[in-house]
Write a protein that binds this ligand. Sequence first.
Ligand code: AMP
Length: 305
Amino acid sequence: MTVLVVGSVAFDTIETPAERRELVLGGAANYFSLTAAFFTPVQLVAVVGQDFPQQHLTVMQDKGICLDGLQKADGKTFHWSGRYGDNFNERDTLATDLNVFADFKPTLPEAYRQTPYVFLANIQPQLQLDVLDQMKDPQFVAADTMNLWIDTALDSLRKVASRVDALLLNEGEARQLSGEYNLLKAGRAVLSMGPKVVVVKLGEYGALIFSGTDLRFVPAFPLDQVTDPTGAGDTFGGGFVGHIAKHQDLSASTLHKAAAVGSVMGAFCCEDFGPERLLTVTEQEIEQRFQALCQLGAFDTKTLF
Ligand code: AMP
């Protein structure tokens, strides 16, 4: 089943302890699309400037991503810059140059309005609500967010939470949004705001999946070397929603497996700068890493005493 994604397509400047890269292709919707496209058809709604390379659009189209909803506006593409220290779970944002993103009004092509699966990537919550208002009875809507919107647009974000099926957020955001430090309390408190599913992403440690009274955990796939974790959260989202859309099932076990797919894809994303690794990874490598992740947490369930 097709997934519609709305969010940022960007140029990122990334500094890690090892290297600095300028104008790497980025944006939440970019990472999400390139990942979800492994599992299901994707429709992208975003805005880029006149400086955006045709070459990358061709790469996306070759992956089967529909770009009918991609606007090309006068001006420069959104630019974000971040710096990581040795702890890749934390980063400093150095610059957010909105450029054409400042006036972004997501207008869905008529043919997108009945798309059954929707991912509202990290954008202003009011824009996420505007997208929902244009949709006709989607089967499953997931949304991502960030601390900026908890600080500056809490009322709209709460409305988003009350209208989506799944909310994905990292541990700091879950704590901030809920006012609870304990992650179980935080996850359940976010669940009580409306979504049926809450995914709390734990960076290099994995993710907790809350649905109803069910709680699951997936580890992150351990890597010898992380090159650049930018976009790993959105890549997780692409694997998670892509798997759900492919199987059209919201049982706790499918959600758990979907989070494992997200975890596997997020790890690939971290292996190179920007989305580079997502462009080279094969289905066979994804399958192998998924099997390896399953083995990581598997022990026999015979009683102990
Ligand atoms: P992640 O590492 O999963 O949090 O995603 C990083 C991506 O989010 C980068 O490629 C940025 O271009 C994009 N990004 C950063 N800040 C924003 C923002 N305020 N709105 C939309 N996208 C953003």
